[in-house]
Write a protein that binds this ligand. Structure first.
Ligand SMILES: [Zn+2]
Length: 141
């Protein structure tokens, strides 16, 4: 008996189709965001633009930039997941290699790590707000 548990194709096929569909939708909204970006407007004139308009454009640019980054992240996740399906590694934790809880995958099909590893990663990633000063172990010279 193989110890590696794999998801049956019966489950993976609809998932792959769902992800491919999501991928298409995201790529579409990405190009829409690009069009919305005031900085992408070829008719934009830099000179003599009034400050209010300039600020609005700046804000619009930052907003669409942030959204595009978000979309990019999702696209990367989807691509990664699709690759995993292809090579038969879908649902395996990237850290420990164990199968990710199916309940977790049902909520987040592009999850990369199991609950335990995700928790650990989140604690590590959280920036330290205070650096504890090291107590000198003694003033021996
Ligand atoms: Zn894990």
């Amino acid at each position: 008996m193989k110890s590696i548990i794999q998801f049956p194709a019966k489950l993976l096929t609809p998932l792959r189709e769902y992800l491919q569909h999501q991928q298409m939708k995201l790529m579409k909204s990405k190009s829409e965001l690009k069009r919305e970006d005031p900085f992408a407007d070829s008719l934009r004139v830099d000179d003599n633009a009034d400050i209010g308009k300039e600020a609005a454009e700046q804000f619009g640019h930052q907003r669409s930039e942030a959204l595009r980054l978000e979309v990019d992240k999702m696209l990367i996740n989807i691509r990664k997941t699709l690759t995993k399906i292809k090579i038969g590694k879908y649902g395996l934790c990237e850290k420990c290699g164990y199968l990710i809880d199916t309940d977790r995958l049902a909520i987040n099909p592009t999850a990369e790590m199991c609950m335990n590893c995700q928790k650990k990663a989140a604690t590590v990633r959280r920036p330290a707000t205070k650096i504890k000063p090291k107590k000198p172990s003694g003033q021996k010279l």
